[in-house]
Design a protein around this ligand. Structure first.
Ligand SMILES: C/C=C/C(=O)SCCNC(=O)CCNC(=O)[C@H](O)C(C)(C)COP(=O)(O)OP(=O)(O)OC[C@H]1O[C@@H](n2cnc3c(N)ncnc32)[C@H](O)[C@@H]1OP(=O)(O)O
Length: 376
């Protein structure tokens, strides 16, 4: 049976940004905003939440599969994050929907991590920021040869949210600090080595597997997962170059402070260290310090506490320093004016003090009225 569910559209005549249907025993979701690389709008977050909640208690749905679309059709791009143009506009103008966006997006991330049925994410192409938030909680995280995965937030004066503290802190060694601070983009090999993907599905196998999920008869939810797992490349074919790069990251990113990390990288005589130091010098100095603290705090937190901490932090990113939000400035430079020359404040890693960092971790809400108080 095919059942097409309701979908969001920004205007009545516009194409729906989230497509969903049930085919056979599986619920299928396609992110359908390819011109913005499927960046998540508030409407998309709401649609995803509504669809997942409906299917969670629908006995006809054994499992859920999600993918993105590119301009040519399905797959090719998963999701480039939260809609940063909206964040810029809403953050500059005090639009209350900004608060709703983060509360509802983080609640969606939490639901996916705790989803009662296998949720299978086809993470082809760009998977960044909010795209990680709707895939890292999946029962199966499938990357491809063309996956470009990153938590790029320090480039826009933000921090890796959407549960980034939780899942990056659980990467091996200091890989989480490396990915969080630099925002470096990784492919399938490092994604698997970092524990951020479960397996690699060849690009040309995605469509046949997706289609077959809707026509096969499955005994139960575990059989749906097993059907997909049987079609993944052996990990030994994917992992070859990853170990050496992780060892390099460990050598620097275990150091206690951002200053020591960047100084050690600048003193080293390898291309990797030089390039990594140069990357850090471009990121928001303030947010580098905030992010290192975030990842290290998150290492001893469960997901719900991490999301509450991130909800506090993201509010501060916009409102702690009125008229001086690093995030508004970072998005302006990357995606609004596109001059790629953010004016960070302070301008240098060395000029950030602990007194600037500490307030990001103070909750603006009493515990009982925290916007994510209900998350367990
Ligand atoms: C709460 C959640 C927070 C977060 O998720 S924060 C993290 C947000 N994500 C990012 O910071 C990534 C921003 N995007 C990029 O850096 C680049 O894109 C990519 C590296 C992903 C791809 O670059 P390229 O292949 O050159 O494509 P392109 O021309 O930059 O993007 C195509 C169109 O997509 C729009 N777009 C991309 N990402 C987003 C986004 N996250 N929010 C809103 N729009 C986005 C662009 O602006 C552009 O649009 P136009 O053609 O009209 O200029």
């Amino acid at each position: 049976m095919t059942e097409t569910t309701t979908t969001n559209a920004t205007a009545a005549a516009a194409a729906p940004e989230v497509l969903s249907e049930v085919r056979g025993q599986v619920g299928f979701i396609t992110l359908n905003r390819p011109r913005a690389l499927n960046a998540l709008s508030l409407g998309m977050v709401r649609d995803l939440m509504a669809i997942l909640l409906a299917w969670q208690h629908d006995d006809a749905v054994l499992a859920v599969a999600i993918r993105g679309s590119n301009k040519e059709g399905p797959f090719g791009a998963f999701c480039a994050g939260g809609d940063i143009r909206f964040l810029h506009q809403a953050g500059s103008q005090g639009n209350p929907q900004l608060e709703d966006f983060f509360t509802e997006e983080y609640a969606l991330n939490h639901l996916i991590h705790n989803y009662a049925k296998p949720y299978i994410a086809f993470m082809d192409g760009i998977v960044m920021g909010g795209g990680m938030g709707i895939s890292q909680g999946a029962a199966l995280r499938l990357v491809t040869e063309r996956t470009k995965m990153a938590m790029p937030e320090t480039a826009i004066g933000l921090f890796p949210d959407v549960g980034g503290g939780y899942f990056l802190a659980r990467c091996p060694g200091s890989a989480g600090e490396w990915l969080a601070l630099t925002g470096d983009t990784i492919g399938a090999d490092l994604a698997i080595a970092c524990g951020l993907a479960d397996g690699c599905i060849p690009v040309d196998q995605q469509a046949p597997v997706w289609e077959a999920l809707g026509t096969q008869q499955f005994a139960d939810a575990e059989a749906v997962k097993a059907f997909v797992v049987a079609r993944l490349l052996p990990k030994s074919q994917v992992l070859q170059p990853a170990a050496a790069e992780l060892a390099q990251a460990d050598a620097y990113f275990a150091l206690p402070s951002v200053g020591e990390i960047v100084r050690a990288l600048e003193a080293a005589d390898t291309d990797w260290a030089r390039a990594t130091a140069a990357t850090l010098r471009k990121r928001s100095p303030l947010m580098l310090h905030v992010v290192l603290e975030q990842i290290r705090r998150a290492r001893s937190m469960g997901l719900a506490d991490d999301l509450r901490m991130e909800r506090d932090m993201v509010r501060h990113c916009f409102y702690l320093r009125p008229g001086q939000s690093e995030t508004v400035e970072g998005i302006r430079a990357l995606a609004v004016d596109k001059d790629h020359a953010p004016k960070w404040n302070p301008a240098r890693i060395e000029d950030v003090t602990p007194a600037m960092v500490v307030p990001f971790f103070a909750s603006p809400w009493p515990a009982h009225s925290h916007p994510l108080a209900a998350l367990a």
